[in-house]
Design a protein around this ligand. Structure first.
Ligand SMILES: C[S@@+](CC[C@H](N)C(=O)[O-])C[C@H]1O[C@@H](n2cnc3c(N)ncnc32)[C@H](O)[C@@H]1O
Length: 172
């Protein structure tokens, strides 16, 4: 576990877990990792923000179900204060990164750390879990929130909506 005491934007907060498992999922043609109610993290590179996979090759997952560090308890938020970055230390094989979480803005002490699972509610009825993060997702608001780099201790949907309406009118 790597913790940086400086809580400014861009600080490395933690790596997820260091146990790799390899699963051959060739018998499955589709698999949805978004809300499996578990602690799996996909390592195999399959493209940007693609959470519903079609494949016939082996993939690599981090499985933090039974062991892992506190990173496995990070919840999803539609307005997260962390982003995930693959870090390559011992190998440059894209299947085996260290999964590191960095802050995307200044985070006040006591604020829950969250990241974006990439979940789209309703897209997989049989695994649907309604998001409880409390942030109302508006078109363009993420872009605007990042651009403004506003320091919200907690998501303030009223202000986000206001900013979205003022600055992202064409996107709404
Ligand atoms: C990696 S675990 C996160 C830690 C988990 N909350 C715990 O207490 O152990 C992922 C699971 O947490 C729940 N979860 C995380 N973020 C959520 C959110 N925004 N809304 C609803 N459930 C969420 C889902 O059940 C999900 O499968």
């Amino acid at each position: 576990i790597i913790y940086f005491l400086n809580d400014g934007k861009g600080s490395l907060i933690m790596t997820y877990v260091i146990k790799y498992i390899s699963r051959l999922l060739s018998k499955l043609t589709h698999y949805d990792f978004r809300f499996t109610d578990s602690y799996l993290f996909l390592l195999t590179y399959v493209g940007k923000k693609c959470w519903f996979y079609s494949f016939s090759w082996g993939i690599y997952l981090l499985d933090a179900t039974k062991e892992g560090n506190v990173g496995r308890f990070l919840n999803h938020s539609c307005w997260p204060n962390l982003f995930v970055q693959s870090v390559f230390v011992e190998t440059h094989n894209r299947n085996f990164p260290l999964v590191a979480f960095f802050t995307n803005r200044h985070v006040k002490a006591g604020t829950e750390l969250t990241w974006d699972y990439g979940y789209e509610a309703g897209s997989m009825p049989e695994t649907e879990i309604s998001c409880q993060c409390g942030v109302q997702k508006l078109a363009g608001w993420e872009v605007e929130a990042n651009r403004l780099a506003v320091d919200y201790a907690q998501p303030d949907t009223g202000r986000l909506e206001e900013h979205s309406r003022a600055h992202c009118a064409s996107e709404l």
